[in-house]
Design a protein around this ligand. Structure first.
Ligand SMILES: [Zn+2]
Length: 272
């Protein structure tokens, strides 16, 4: 049977639209944090043997733009020697994210949107280098961004955002308008913490959960870090995450999970 031409054209259009909208997700190594224990995350030594956190940055390529998600450790850490004392957290960072992007032929000007799960120092390291694009920011995060009374507020790496094109949002947000890349509001760790849902065609949906959980133990034991802004909001956000994972069938990527990160392919390889 021959397909009438107009149906064939319609079919081809649907296929091309479908393929065209599929995003690609790139994972970058933006450092690691070595710890003596997980006390600050409310995990006892015997509950987890994790003593190293991976610090990622991500890029999501979409037909309508490029989203940069989470900015890694501060640039000052790159190539620095760990302190002589071997107690307390130490940080390492091999290659500055902007240089890693340049290796792929991407400059900050190519990034159309940037968003951060929150503004702590290990998620906003590249923020001052990415101020030419639209920055998608939860209103609650921005309102507390310069409140030095809050834990871990150090605006050094993101003070430049005051000159950026900020798009303040309040809740979930569909970045490109087609449902393929969505900011999911998950406050509690900080006042305006958010996560990212990416609908990948072959890999399936993936959620990057920022610091809603620092380790797998934080998820399985529903344990809230001692320094979170609101324990109550954190637990509500964990419930919301459970519902989202159940509804979408998405795979959860705990961003600091070193064991997971070791299994992930890094840019320029990507997930689609
Ligand atoms: Zn973190």
């Amino acid at each position: 049977m021959r397909l009438p031409l107009k149906y064939l054209a319609l079919l081809l259009m649907c296929i091309s639209l479908h393929v065209g909208a599929a995003p690609k997700l790139y994972v970058f190594d933006c450092g690691r944090v070595l710890l003596d224990d997980l006390a600050m995350f409310n995990i006892k030594p015997e509950e987890s043997d994790v003593r190293e956190l991976f610090v990622p940055c991500y890029i999501v390529r979409h037909d309508d733009g490029i989203l940069f998600w989470d900015g890694g450790l501060p640039r000052a850490v790159v190539g620095s020697e760990p302190p002589a004392s071997d107690s307390g957290p130490t940080m390492q960072y091999e290659r500055w994210i902007i240089d890693q992007m340049a290796d792929m032929g991407l400059s900050p000007a190519d990034i159309t949107h940037a968003a951060y799960s929150h503004l702590h120092f290990d998620h906003s390291g590249a923020a001052n280098a990415l101020v030419e694009n639209t920055v998608l920011m939860q209103k609650a995060e921005w309102e507390s961004a310069f409140d030095e009374d809050l834990e871990f507020v150090d605006s050094g790496s993101y003070a430049g955002l005051q000159q950026a094109k900020l798009q303040l949002i309040d809740g979930d947000h569909d970045v490109f308008g087609d449902g393929s890349v969505q900011l999911i509001y998950t406050p509690g760790h900080t006042p305006g913490h958010q996560s990212l849902l990416v609908m990948l065609e072959k890999t399936g949906p993936v959620v990057l959960s920022g610091d809603l959980y620092h380790t797998r133990a934080n998820r399985t034991l529903r344990r809230v870090p001692t320094f979170n802004y609101s324990a109550e909001q954190t637990l509500e956000s964990m419930d919301k995450m459970d519902r989202l994972l159940a509804e979408t069938g998405a795979t959860l990527w705990i961003e600091h999970d070193k064991a997971l990160a070791d299994t992930l392919k890094k840019a320029p390889a990507y997930y689609d």
